[in-house]
Write a protein that binds this ligand. Structure first.
Ligand code: PLP
Length: 264
């Protein structure tokens, strides 16, 4: 996906603030509708459509958890943020080595797209969370890289519950094999599952797909009591209300946050 070459201006900052407020209200409404506390859902603002300066405007509007689907873009933006004095929030072991005196909020970077094993090393210093763990080989590589820098990386296993064969993500048998393997990989800390719904599916179909993710999680929680499966990353701009109704704890919202900025 090409990044849109849009300038960051005072006007764009205002648009991004308005979008962030609107999306926050919509997430609140979806939580109310589902009878869930707002604090049970974390919004990941997906910044993959824009450059570093617009991404920073979203951060400044109040969205402190940012999602990228390309490793190079993630680390380039993390670097830009660092140069602007915005630190990446690292786990305590690493934060102890940096000056933790600043009162400025820090940024959390979530990798949400497919990751190639050979990118894991460069990405590791910048990411807080990997949503898209989709193979045992990637799990081994990321665990090794995490251990190399003395950390444990929170991860989600990406699942495919759609009827679409072309989609990424693991089916149930492969997922079992991955979860078995994760017992042996101390660099990773499993937190739950990530899923995407079928593109252009109806609201009812999407909701049934998210329901299947939750039910899959519930079955796995019985089979793997030692694993933490509390988190469900599902829902994007078009279907986060359905996802929240079905138990999403992380929603990955992109295009809604860039309305009025990106060409339609
Ligand atoms: C782009 C992307 C999103 C955000 O999608 P929008 O429809 O723009 O909100 C969410 N998840 C993943 C994995 C993505 O690549």
């Amino acid at each position: 996906m090409a990044i849109h070459d849009v300038d960051a201006t005072e006007q764009s900052a205002q648009t991004v603030r308005d979008n962030w407020l609107r999306v926050s209200e919509q997430v609140q409404a979806a939580c109310d509708q589902a009878g869930r506390p707002r604090s049970s859902v974390q919004v990941v603002g997906v910044s993959k459509y824009v450059g570093a300066q617009l991404t920073q405007q979203l951060f400044e509007a109040g969205c402190h958890v940012l999602g990228e689907n390309r490793p190079q873009q993630l680390w380039a933006k993390a670097q830009h943020f660092n140069e602007s004095g915005i630190a990446t929030e690292l786990p305590p072991a690493e934060a102890a080595n940096t000056s933790a005196t600043s009162s400025q909020p820090s940024v959390h970077w979530h990798m949400i797209g497919h990751l190639q094993r050979n990118k894991a090393r460069n990405l590791m210093p910048h990411i807080n969370y990997l949503h898209s763990l989709d193979s045992i080989r990637l799990a081994q590589a990321t665990s090794d890289e995490a251990l190399r820098v003395d950390r444990r990386l929170p991860v989600l296993a990406e699942v495919n519950v759609t009827r679409d064969e072309s989609k990424t993500g693991l089916r149930e048998p492969q997922l079992h094999a991955l979860l078995e393997q994760l017992h042996e990989l101390p660099g990773l800390e499993l937190r739950g599952l990530m899923a995407m719904s079928t593109h252009h599916a109806s609201s009812d179909e999407v909701r049934r797909e998210f329901e299947r993710v939750r039910q899959l999680r519930d079955r796995l929680a019985v089979d793997f009591p030692a694993h933490d499966l509390s988190q469900l990353s599902m829902g994007m701009s078009g279907d986060f209300a359905e996802a929240i109704a079905e138990g999403a704890t992380l929603v990955r919202i992109g295009s809604s946050l860039w309305q009025g900025i990106l060409p339609r």
